[in-house]
Ligand binder design. Sequence first.
Ligand code: 13P
Ligand code: SF4
Length: 301
Amino acid sequence: MTIEQQIQDWKRERDAVILAHYYVAPEVQEIADYVGDSFYLSKVALDLPQQTIVFCGVGFMGESAKLLNEKKTVLMPDLEADCPMAHMAQPEEIRKIREQEEDLAVVCYINSTAALKACADVCVTSANALDVVRALPNRKILMIPDQNLAHFIAEQVPEKEFLFHPGCCPVHQEIRLSEVLDLKKAHPEAPVLAHPECPAALLAHADYVGSTSGIIRYAAEHEAREYIICTEIGVRHRLERDNPGKKFYFPATSPVCRDMKQVTLEKVLEVLRTGKNAVSLPGEQSEMARRALEQMLRLAK
Ligand code: 13P
Ligand code: SF4
């Protein structure tokens, strides 16, 4: 029996469903029941009949799924697969800023620990940050921890005053502008599609800025035959599968999230067989973090 067949058998045995982010390896995306960006995956988890969710992604994604589905078991194929950005802001520094500022909303990127979400008013993902920030009544917005996403949103909401945090995604931060400009020279007809975790200097050259799902949708809905893609290499799988005949160019130093790539078929099978690596979170903190996630789901379109 192939490993894929064993996974399907154990999934039935355990009454489990598999969710995967676009950045995990292609073979893991292929065995998943649902593949998507952070926003889609947080919503889809709400309506699943299965009792167990296997989350093929990094730690904050499994935590968010657990926060929104308290009674379900959420299994992580690799507990060490963690997003470095999720740890870049500290609850204590956020509490201090809150004490100093009036009419402030703390807006926390979903790529954060539950402890950080717990000190925020609302969470956002790259797909809904603009809608959520616009819907907030507060005049001042502190966006944590991703400075690139925060600056991208701030530019589009000039009526609010923004405070920034210096966090960033090391994978997107390191995409070199010179490599993107080289690609533009070589393929002048190709639109540049970029994730808002990229630095502002790069986003200035983008024809479209959006979440991984947004980038995939854009490429499917537009006529161009080639595209320059500024995000993690994992999206190549879906882009090529959905768009036979179209070409996708990534920066020469290809952007790879090592943590997302820790998720393998062997580890998916192992957690299904053993039930190990279940996400568990402390009570009081979970309550506050859940509130911030639920507020996101209410305000996002
Ligand atoms: P989205 O899933 O919102 O596109 O974000 C990308 C990301 O960095 C997830 O870790
Ligand atoms: Fe974190 Fe960046 Fe990896 Fe996403 S791509 S999980 S933000 S390190």
